[in-house]
Ligand binder design. Structure first.
Ligand SMILES: [Zn+2]
Ligand SMILES: [Zn+2]
Length: 250
């Protein structure tokens, strides 16, 4: 940084600067480069699975393989996309620290994300709006619900298909189990249901949730935090009593 930064508290000029990323909803520092690398890797792998599945299906005419590849591909693609999204949505800030008095403060890097603080009026504030469950304030994510849905369909559908194959082939078929093919099919299917039901529950919870837009805001200048449900009054979060608002930035 070429410009001279002076401490807002003591006027000292020994101020160090660090780049940080904050979670847009909680305002807490977050590590996003890991999310970017893991997310990018998962997206690439998921895309390869999708393309590979289409290739295998076309060349072998085994359309069941397509179903499997698409399912596995989506299981990587969706969380991968969420990881990349987490990186893109993080609020990038500069954290300043004065070597003389220890005073620390943060400023937004990207003014495009700035909103004005309802408490002190500073534009060193940011706000995140997302869908949440009005009953408990938990975030409700369509993407992960879709992922859980795919998970349930692949697992329950796949094991049902396997069970039908086992039942159709009978005791002399591919799977020869001493207790018989009927039990073997039931075993495979109930394993699929036992795990797949978590996906079903996630999808049911999504539709049961009272989905409402929630905005969470944070002010870097005065420390005020607020939240606002769509169509309701703005309310402060916790005991974030604003201390004396500092007007000038940097
Ligand atoms: Zn200072
Ligand atoms: Zn403020």
């Amino acid at each position: 940084m070429a410009e001279q930064i002076t401490c807002l508290q003591c006027g000292g000029t020994q101020v160090s600067v660090k780049s940080r990323a904050l979670d847009p909803a909680s305002g807490k520092p977050t590590v996003v480069w890991l999310a970017l690398i893991a997310g990018g890797g998962a997206v690439a792998f998921g895309a390869c699975m999708l393309l590979g599945g289409i290739g295998v299906a076309i060349s072998t005419k085994m359309w069941a393989a397509l179903f499997l590849y698409l399912g596995v591909g989506a299981l990587f693609l969706v969380p991968g996309a969420l990881g990349v999204r987490k990186y893109l949505r993080a609020v990038k800030v500069r954290e300043f620290k004065c070597a003389d008095c220890g005073h620390q403060w943060m400023r937004l890097k990207n003014a495009k994300k700035a909103v004005s603080c309802p408490s002190c009026g500073s534009t060193e504030a940011f706000q995140d709006t997302f869908t949440a469950n009005r009953q408990n304030g938990d975030r409700v994510v369509l993407w992960s619900t879709i992922l859980w849905g795919i998970f349930a369909v692949v697992l329950i559908g796949g094991t049902l298909w396997m069970a039908i194959m086992i039942w159709a082939e009978g005791d002399d078929g591919m799977i020869r189990w001493e207790y018989g093919s009927t039990l073997a099919g039931i075993g495979v299917l109930s394993t699929g249901i036992a795990f797949g039901r978590f996906g079903v529950i996630a999808v049911i919870n999504y539709f049961k949730a009272e989905r409402t837009k929630l905005s969470m805001g944070h002010c870097l200048a005065c420390g005020y935090q607020w939240k606002q449900w769509a169509g309701e009054e703005l309310q402060p979060v916790g005991d974030s009593v604003p201390d004396q608002p500092s007007q000038d930035a940097e």
